[in-house]
Design a protein around this ligand. Structure first.
Ligand code: HEM
Length: 575
C-alpha cells in the first residue's frame, strides 16, 4: 500500500500534461525526444514497480491463462465439477483462473471459505456487474444482485427482520396449508408431481410476500414467477452471454445481425418488471379497499405509513419480488432432488417412514412439533441439501481490496466462488460422497454435531441466504408429510419391470433433476414460447377481480379427497 501511495505522488507531476511554456522551456535546452523518452521510461518504471509490488506474492495455482480468453477453455457447462478437478490436480483448495480479463478465485473447502468469505466478509461481499441480467433485463433491483453498500444494507435489514429464526416461524401455517393442498393434488394426479411442487412452493412465497391466495388468482402469479425465474437463471449462467464479457455490446441495436440476445433481454425486462410491479400493485389495491391480509408487503407498508421506517416504498417492492424469486425454485430444486433420492434409495425411504409412524402413529400427519423426535428425517433433509445441492457453485462474491491468504496474492476485483459442490462432496468430511446416506449425519440414533451441517448450500458470510430458516422448515414439513402419506417408487414399464429414471440434471445456476417442469399441472400455466408469455402477461396486467376466475380452474385445485383417505400409502409414478 505504501509503495502504491508513493508512486501516486510521483505520478502526478511527471505524467500530468506539461504546459506549453514548460515544454518550450525544456525543449529550448534538450531535444524533444529526450524529454518524451524520459517520460516513457519513467512511466514504464512506475508501472513495473506498481505491478511487481502487487504481485510480490504468487497467485494461487491454476491452469494456464491464454491471452484474451484466459482459462476459458478449462471451463465446462458444470464449472463446479471442472473446478473441483482443478483443485485435485493442483492439490489446493484455492485456485486461480482468468475468464477473459476477469480474475476468478475458487475455494473448495470449509476451511478456505470460512477464512475468507466468513471471517473477512467485509471485503468479500460485493457482487459483480451483470450487463445481461442486471442492466439489460432490469434485474438490478434484486437484493442478490446489488453491490455491497448502503442500498444493499437497507434491503438486507428489511429482509432479515422478516426472515430471522424467530420471525420465520410465522410462515409455518402457510407452509402447512400449502403442503396439505399439495398432498391432495398429488393423490388426484400423481404424475403431475413436479407441477404440484412448483405450485406449493409458489403458494407459500406469494402468500408470505403479498398475502395473496395463489388459488384466487388461478396460479397466474406462480406461472409468472416461474417464467421470470427461468429467464433470470438462464441469464446468470456464467459465459452464456458474450455481452457479460464485452459490456459495450449492450449498445448494439436489436436489428443488428447476431443480436438475438437483445430480444431475449427485452422479454426478460418485461418479466422482471411484471414480477416486481403486478403483485405489489394488487396488494396495495387490497390495502386501499381494506381486504389485504397480513404479509410482508402489508406489514412493511404499514410501518412506512407510520413514519418511523428506515426504508422507502420501492425497498418493500424490491424485497417482496426477491422473496418470490429467491424462495420458490430453490425449494422445488431441493424437493425434486429428494424425490429422486427416494426413488433411488428405497431403504432410506422405509427407515424414515418407520420413524414417522413410530412418532405420530400410522394414519396421522406429522407437524412441526414432531421434528425433534425424528432425527432420521432431519438427517434425510440434510442429505437432500447435500447430495445434489441446489446451487452447486453458489453465487459470486467480489473481493473489494487486495488480500493475502496462505502466502498467495488475491487481487482486488476478483470474483470469488465458494465451490459448494466440492465442499459437500469432500471425501474426508462425507465418506462415499456420491451415495445418498442420511446415516452419515447420525451417531447412536441422534444427530452427530461432529459432522458438518451442509449449511453452505445457502451461501456464505454477509451474503448468506436470508431465507434459509424458512426454506428448511418448508422443506421439512413437505418431506415428512409426503413420506407419511405416500410411497415413492419407480414407474413400471409395460413389461412390468421398473423403469430406471434419468439421473441427469439440468445445467444452470440452479440444479433440477427434472428437465422440464410439468406446466400442464398449473392451470393457465404458460408454455415457454414468447407468444404465450405475452398473452399471459397481457391477461395479468389487464384489470380483473378475483370473480373473473374460471370456475373449472378453481375446482382443479379444490377437488380431491379429504386427508383421512390419503393415509394408506400410495405410489407416486415418477420416472
Ligand atoms: C432451499 C432453498 C434455498 C436455497 C438452497 C437458497 C440458496 C441461496 C444461495 C446459495 C444464495 C447466495 C448466497 C451467497 O451469495 O453466498 C442465496 C441468496 C439469497 N436468498 Fe436464498 N436460498 C433458498 C431459499 C430462499 C428463500 C425461501 C428466500 C426468501 C426469503 C431466499 C432469499 C434469498 C435472498 C434475498 C438472497 C440474496 C442475499 C444477498 O445477496 O444479500 N432464499 N440463497
Amino acid at each position: 500500500m505504501g509503495m502504491a501511495h508513493r508512486c501516486g505522488s510521483i505520478k502526478q507531476p511527471i505524467l500530468g500534461t506539461p504546459s506549453f511554456e514548460s515544454t518550450a522551456m525544456l525543449s529550448a535546452n534538450l531535444p524533444p525526444w529526450v524529454f518524451w523518452t524520459a517520460i516513457f521510461t519513467t512511466a514504464l518504471c512506475i508501472t513495473w514497480i506498481y505491478t511487481t509490488s502487487r504481485s510480490k506474492l504468487p497467485l494461487p495455482p491454476g491452469p494456464m491463462k491464454l491471452p484474451v480468453v484466459g482459462s476459458l477453455f478449462n471451463m465446462t457447462a458444470r464449472p463446479w465439477e471442472a473446478c473441483m478437478e482443478l483443485s485435485k490436480k493442483y492439490n489446493s483448495d484455492i485456485i486461480h483462473l482468468k475468464l477473459a480479463h476477469t480474475s476468478v478465485i475458487v475455494l473448495s473447502s470449509f476451511e478456505a471459505t470460512e477464512a475468507l468469505l466468513e471471517k473477512r466478509s467485509s471485503i468479500y461481499s460485493d457482487r459483480p456487474k451483470s450487463p445481461m441480467a442486471g442492466d439489460l433485463m432490469g434485474w438490478n433491483f434484486l437484493l442478490a444482485m446489488m453491490k455491497y453498500g448502503d442500498e444493499w444494507r437497507t434491503h438486507r435489514r428489511l429482509i432479515n427482520q422478516e426472515f430471522n429464526v424467530a420471525a420465520s416461524r410465522k410462515f409455518r401455517d402457510a407452509e402447512r396449508i400449502a403442503t396439505h393442498a399439495f398432498l391432495r393434488r398429488l393423490l388426484n394426479n400423481p404424475e403431475g408431481f413436479l407441477g404440484h411442487l412448483n405450485m406449493m412452493a409458489g403458494e407459500v412465497m406469494v402468500s408470505a410476500a403479498y398475502g395473496i391466495d395463489a388459488l384466487s388468482v388461478n396460479g397466474r402469479y406462480i406461472a409468472l414467477g416461474k417464467e421470470a425465474t427461468k429467464s433470470f437463471s438462464n441469464a446468470m449462467v456464467p459465459g452464456r452471454y458474450l455481452v457479460d464479457f464485452i459490456p459495450i455490446l449492450k449498445y448494439v441495436p436489436e436489428w443488428f445481425p447476431g443480436a438475438q440476445f437483445k430480444r431475449t433481454a427485452r422479454e426478460g425486462r418485461l418479466l422482471s418488471q411484471s414480477l416486481r410491479d403486478i403483485p405489489f400493485a394488487e396488494t396495495k389495491h387490497k390495502m386501499a379497499s381494506g381486504s389485504a391480509k397480513s404479509c410482508f408487503t402489508v406489514n412493511a407498508l404499514r410501518e412506512l405509513e407510520s413514519g418511523c421506517a428506515y426504508y422507502q416504498e420501492y425497498t418493500v417492492k424490491n424485497v417482496a419480488a426477491m422473496m418470490y424469486l429467491g424462495g420458490a425454485d430453490t425449494t422445488v430444486s431441493v424437493l425434486s432432488t429428494f424425490i429422486l433420492a427416494m426413488i433411488a434409495n428405497p431403504d432410506a425411504q422405509k427407515k424414515a417412514q418407520q420413524e414417522i409412524d413410530s412418532v405420530v402413529g400410522q394414519g396421522n400427519l406429522p407437524d412441526f412439533d414432531d421434528e425433534k423426535a425424528m432425527p432420521y428425517v432431519s438427517a434425510l433433509v440434510k442429505e437432500a441439501l447435500r447430495w445434489k445441492n441446489a446451487g452447486p457453485f453458489g453465487a459470486p462474491h467480489v473481493l473489494t481490496v487486495d488480500d493475502e491468504y496462505r502466502g498467495y496474492h488475491l487481487p482486488a476485483g476478483s470474483l470469488v466462488f465458494g465451490n459448494v459442490w466440492a465442499i459437500l462432496h469432500d471425501e474426508i468430511e462425507y465418506p462415499d460422497p456420491y451415495a445418498f446416506k442420511p446415516e452419515r449425519f447420525l451417531l447412536d440414533g441422534k444427530l452427530n454435531p461432529a459432522v458438518k451441517d451442509p449449511q453452505c448450500a445457502f451461501g456464505f458470510g454477509r451474503r448468506i441466504c436470508p431465507g434459509r430458516h424458512m426454506a428448511i422448515s418448508s422443506i421439512w414439513i413437505t418431506i415428512v408429510s409426503l413420506l407419511a402419506t405416500f410411497d415413492i417408487s419407480k414407474e413400471l414399464g409395460e413389461d412390468g419391470c421398473p423403469i430406471e429414471p434419468s439421473y441427469e440434471y439440468e445445467d444452470g445456476i440452479l440444479t433440477s433433476s427434472i428437465q422440464m417442469y410439468d406446466k400442464t399441472a398449473i392451470p393457465g400455466g404458460s408454455q415457454s414460447d414468447s407468444d404465450d408469455l405475452y398473452r399471459y402477461l397481457v391477461y395479468l396486467i389487464a384489470p380483473h377481480s378475483d370473480d373473473d376466475d374460471d370456475d373449472d380452474d378453481i375446482s382443479y385445485f379444490t377437488q380431491g379427497i379429504g386427508l383421512s383417505s390419503l393415509i394408506p400409502r400410495i405410489v407416486i409414478l415418477a420416472s
